[in-house]
Structure formats: structure tokens, C-alpha cells
Design a protein around this ligand. Structure first.
Ligand SMILES: *Cc1c(COP(=O)(O)O)cnc(C)c1O
Length: 379
């Protein structure tokens, strides 16, 4: 029997082990922020922003960014219906109303025409989530944001290393957030980071991130306002520093394994994959294959076929409006037909950096056999 193929796992080398060992051994007292500061500075340099604040999660980074902008009850925040819940939870925590719009069939990201239609007098922000490494149409979103006086946010958790016309994903909007969860392109176990070029916003989030204590506050245990506790530990940051030193290697490996999938599968006209339009570099966090509507594939068939071969493929995100959390609040199936349709016939393929050619072949065999079965009329 062949071994199980995981859908993702981090790439850990001697470097990561050395840094973490150093942090856990020596990173206390005077040294207790050293790796955190190094990670923040190095990450900002890599992404191309002035500022970065390491956090315990991407969710926390987004929560603080939205809070710093004063988003709250009565405000509306627009984002794509196709997303992981972490991109919308902070909107709900703050009492604002998420407004879900449809995705485009090719980028699987925000449909900018739908965004424009969804803008009301109460709209405060647009969260552009770059899905699976694919990028949103940032040029059009920036036009919309400036025309209507909205804040534009990038949730680039899935697009670390992707580039849009020479700029790194996450550096383009008013602020960006990333996740360093164990499944992401670079990991700190759990963790995230907030990035921005806006110094005023940076100062606000910095204060919020430190239980509301302003930088320069001399009085001990004296919060200036109510803040949050979403800090990253120095030990996690040490892991992050090692991963960041290897970031080009990690992103190239993602792109290389995606190229191998394309080599085996791109010749089938029934399949489409993560796009890379002109001006975009796609870091392909999750290589994803979409079966055509004509292939009549169902999500159940996809999952069964992979699990039968011990391959841990993952379902495309459910529309947020379909989740029990939001039940009864939206009638989105009519509003976001692409979100409801795509998740039925798309699947994320395994994509860890060390995946072998043999494992890629095993995954591709499942896809090809599914196509042949559909072609032969067995449903
Ligand atoms: C993983 C992910 C998150 C959540 O990150 P955490 O670090 O787990 O909070 C948020 N947004 C997107 C787009 C993600 O993929």
C-alpha cells in the first residue's frame, strides 16, 4: 500500500532548529525581543513596506488594523463570498456588517463590478483577499476605494511572494496582513504580521498590540486605552527569521511544484488552474484544479477519489454566506453564483515544498482517471 500524501507541511532545516534553539536558550531578559524585531524589519524589507508588526495570528493582525481604522457598528465592509472565515471574523468582532460579493470565474477573487454595486453610504472598507496565491485586481480596487473614500485592505495570507506589477502582494493597499500558520508558505507555527506604509496607522496598531500602552509611556502598567493581546513570542519569531531567510527558495519551490502539475495536467481542456495574468507573479500557495461544468464532476466524487488513494486534497472554500454562522442573514446564492458553483468542482492539490515527482504523479493520476471516468459517462 502506498503512503499517505499530506496536503501541506512546513519545510524545516538546520537553520530553523538553530535559531529556535538559540531563542529558547538565550532569548530572555534583555534579549527577549531580538528575533521579533529582526523578523519585523526583515519582513517589511522583503514586502516593501515601511512598517511591520508581528502578531500571534493573521486574524489578530486584521482585527487590530480594522479597529485602528475605527470600524464598528453601522459600518459595512465588502469582501468576497469565497473565503476562509478568518478574513471576516474580525469584521463581526467589531460589530460591523460584512457584505459578501461574488468572485470572478478565472481569478477566484473579488469581482470588482460586484464590489462597485455593493458600495453604499455605510461602506467603510474593502478587504481584498488574494485567494490561493492568485491576486485581486488591485488597480481597479484602488480606483474604487479612492473614488468612494474607502479603506483598501489586503489579506495576503495566501499570497506571500506573489507580485502585482512589481509590487509584493500585501504592500499595495492601506495595510496588509499575513499568516504564518503551519499550512502557510512561511510558518512560525501560529503567527501573523501586519504591514503598512502609513506611519500614523502603524503607531495606532502598535499601541493596540501592546494592551493599549503608547510607545514612550514611562509609567509602568499604565494602558492609555483598551488594546489587545495579539503578540508573537520571540521563539516563534526565531522560526520566522529562519523561514524568511529562505523565502525565495520556498516561493520558488511552490512555483516549481505547480509547474510540474501543469506539465502533467494542462493539456486537458476540461481543467483550469491558478492563473498568472500579465504583470502578475503567482506564488501558488495552493495549486488548485477546477473541473469544467461540462465534466459534471461533484465535490463528493472529487473527495472520494483522492481519499481512496490516500491523498489529502482539500475542498475549495465554501461561500461564507452558506456557513451556519451567517445563516438566514444572506441570500447570497443568487448574489454570488460563481462562489456557489466553483466550490462544487474545484479542489486544492497537495503542495508541500518537499513533495516528490512520484507523489505528484500519484495526484495527477487521480485527476486524469476522474476525467476519463466522466468522459466514459460513468457518474
Ligand atoms: C490562513 C488565513 C487566515 C488566518 O490566519 P491565522 O494566522 O490562522 O489567523 C486569514 N486569511 C487568509 C486568507 C488565510 O488563508
Amino acid at each position: 500500500m502506498s503512503h499517505k500524501i499530506a496536503y501541506t507541511k512546513p519545510s524545516i532545516t538546520e537553520l530553523e532548529i538553530r535559531y529556535v534553539t538559540d531563542a529558547v536558550t538565550n532569548g530572555w531578559g534583555e534579549q527577549c525581543y531580538q528575533y521579533i524585531e529582526r523578523l519585523e524589519q526583515g519582513f517589511a524589507r522583503y514586502i516593501g513596506t515601511k512598517h511591520a508588526i508581528a502578531t500571534s495570528s493573521c486574524t489578530g493582525a486584521l482585527h487590530m488594523g480594522l479597529a485602528a481604522l475605527g470600524i464598528g457598528p453601522g459600518d459595512e465592509v465588502i469582501l468576497a463570498d469565497t473565503n476562509w472565515i478568518a478574513s471576516v471574523s474580525p469584521v463581526v468582532y467589531l460589530g460591523a456588517k460584512p457584505v459578501f460579493v461574488d468572485i470572478l470565474p478565472d481569478s477566484w477573487c473579488l469581482d470588482t463590478a460586484a464590489v462597485e454595486q455593493a458600495i453604499t453610504a455605510n461602506t467603510k472598507a474593502i478587504i481584498a483577499v488574494h485567494l490561493y496565491g492568485n491576486l485581486c485586481d488591485m488597480t481597479r480596487l484602488q480606483e474604487l476605494a479612492s473614488k468612494h473614500g474607502l479603506v483598501l485592505i489586503e489579506d495576503a495570507a495566501e499570497a506571500l511572494g506573489s507580485e502585482y506589477h512589481g509590487k509584493k502582494a500585501g504592500s499595495i493597499a492601506d495595510f496588509g496582513v499575513f499568516s504564518f500558520h503551519g499550512t502557510k508558505t512561511m510558518t512560525t507555527g501560529e503567527g501573523g504580521i501586519f504591514v503598512t506604509n502609513n506611519t500614523e496607522l502603524f503607531e495606532k496598531v502598535l499601541t493596540l498590540s501592546n494592551h493599549g500602552r503608547k510607545r514612550g509611556q514611562q509609567k509602568q502598567f499604565w494602558p492609555d486605552e483598551l488594546g489587545y493581546k495579539y503578540k508573537m513570542s520571540n521563539i516563534q519569531a526565531a522560526l520566522g527569521c529562519a523561514q524568511l531567510e529562505r523565502i525565495d527558495e520556498l516561493v520558488l519551490a511552490k512555483r516549481a511544484l505547480f509547474a510540474k502539475y501543469l506539465e502533467a495536467l494542462a493539456k486537458y481542456p476540461e481543467l483550469t488552474f491558478n492563473p498568472e495574468p500579465e504583470g502578475v507573479v503567482n506564488s501558488v500557495w495552493m495549486p488548485t484544479v477546477v473541473f469544467s461544468s461540462e465534466s459534471k464532476i461533484t465535490q463528493r466524487q472529487l473527495l472520494a477519489a483522492f481519499s481512496q488513494q490516500l491523498i489529502d486534497a482539500r475542498v475549495f472554500f465554501w461561500p461564507l454566506s452558506s456557513l451556519p454562522v451567517f445563516s438566514g442573514q444572506y441570500n447570497a446564492e443568487g448574489m454570488s453564483p460563481n462562489a456557489y458553483d466553483l466550490c462544487q468542482r474545484a479542489i486544492n492539490l497537495p503542495s508541500y515544498v518537499d513533495i516528490t515527482q512520484n507523489e505528484i504523479d500519484r495526484v495527477c493520476d487521480v485527476v486524469i482517471r476522474l476525467l476519463q471516468r466522466q468522459g466514459a459517462g460513468h457518474v
